[in-house]
Ligand binder design. Sequence first.
Ligand SMILES: NC(=O)c1ccc[n+]([C@@H]2O[C@H](COP(=O)([O-])OP(=O)(O)OC[C@H]3O[C@@H](n4cnc5c(N)ncnc54)[C@H](OP(=O)(O)O)[C@@H]3O)[C@@H](O)[C@H]2O)c1
Length: 215
Amino acid sequence: MELREKRVVVIGGSSGVGLALASAAAREGAKVLIAGRCVEKLAGARERLGGKVATYPLDVTQETEIERFFSRVGTLDHLVTSLGGALEGPISVLSEDRVQGLFEKRFWGQHRSARHAAPRIVSGGSITFISGDAAARPAPGRSAEAAADGAIAALCGTLALELAPVRVNTLCLGSTPAAGSFRVNEEAAEAALFFLCNSLATGIVLPLADGARSV
Ligand SMILES: NC(=O)c1ccc[n+]([C@@H]2O[C@H](COP(=O)([O-])OP(=O)(O)OC[C@H]3O[C@@H](n4cnc5c(N)ncnc54)[C@H](OP(=O)(O)O)[C@@H]3O)[C@@H](O)[C@H]2O)c1
């Protein structure tokens, strides 16, 4: 399945993996729309991509904004959500407010986006969640991230059945020393592109860390 003329929405597309994916999809000829909170960041991303993407300011913690956003977007082929935000520390110091803050973005932000986008995604289109590997790779101090990442992985499997023929996949990126580097973001984007383009790919929760160093 090719991306030429397909409508691709990347929420969290102004930096990191989302920006790399937006760039890759635009190169493949897709009509890409990136969203994020900061207008300057969106403008900078658009400039970096040679003006080849549209931008939209959006805060995923605000349900009404998401609702308005998708009603303006209308029909789309692919949704990618890639929302940054980390929270580490022993459970005794992670207050409920802080954990809820992480969930607001990394779980509810992706859940809300999928819920409002799903009825507008064409048959054979897709939803891709970009997440972390804290649930699959437990480590002290990562309980909040593990819970959020685990919730996304669980959501993915169920939605893949419920929303078919719309496909739903998740990329779980490793917290390795190279995380966030240009190379890792580019390679993560390449993996995410496979989810968009491969008509057989659904219900996949794919761990992707930094090669031998994380095995
Ligand atoms: N990059 C890696 O190597 C790596 C490694 C391990 C895990 N991950 C996981 O992959 C995901 C993406 O990470 P990343 O490194 O690409 O993140 P990032 O560079 O921090 O990018 C995050 C994007 O999300 C947007 N965003 C943040 N809060 C938002 C909100 N409330 N509403 C709308 N947009 C919002 C940001 O724009 P604004 O700030 O302007 O809103 C930005 O466009 C995360 O779940 C992360 O844990 C990534």
